[in-house]
Write a protein that binds this ligand. Structure first.
Ligand SMILES: [Zn+2]
Ligand SMILES: [Zn+2]
Length: 118
C-alpha cells in the first residue's frame, strides 16, 4: 500500500498496487501545473481516505484536453486523480511512500528549459 496526500493533509488516499511506471514530462503545461514527474496508476487501485470533494479541476481550453487536479485548499498538484480513464498520471510528488517504480522515460525534451541540468 502506498499513501498519498496533499501539502495541507486535507486530501488523503492510498494506492493498493504499485504504479505501472514513472516518467517525466518537460512540456510547459506539466511544468506549470507542478506535475512534471508522474506515476501511472489504474483507477481501481485508488482508495480514497478523505478529501475527494476538495479536489479542484483545471479544464484547459481546446486543443488541450487533459484536466489537471489540485487541492483547493493548498494547491498541491495531484495530476489527473479524478480522471475517468482506466489508467492515468498522478503527480509523483504527492506520494508519501516509495511507489516501487523509478523514472524510466522522458517526454517533450524539446521543451526542457535551459535551467534543467539533468
Ligand atoms: Zn491540501
Ligand atoms: Zn506534459
Amino acid at each position: 500500500m502506498i499513501r498519498g496526500s496533499c501539502c495541507c493533509g486535507s486530501i488523503q488516499f492510498e494506492l493498493n498496487k504499485n504504479p505501472s511506471s514513472m516518467g517525466t514530462c518537460y512540456c510547459s503545461r506539466c511544468r506549470k501545473a507542478g506535475a512534471s514527474l508522474m506515476v501511472f496508476v489504474q483507477s481501481e487501485d485508488i482508495k480514497w481516505i478523505q478529501g475527494k470533494e476538495l479536489v479542484a479541476s483545471y479544464r484547459p481550453e481546446p486543443p488541450f484536453t487533459y484536466v489537471r487536479n489540485f487541492c483547493s485548499r493548498c494547491g498541491t498538484s495531484l495530476g489527473e486523480i479524478l480522471s475517468q480513464e482506466k489508467s492515468f498520471p498522478l503527480a509523483a510528488n504527492c506520494l508519501d511512500d516509495d511507489p516501487g517504480v523509478r523514472n524510466t522515460f522522458y517526454e517533450h525534451m524539446e521543451s526542457k528549459p535551459a535551467w534543467y541540468e539533468n
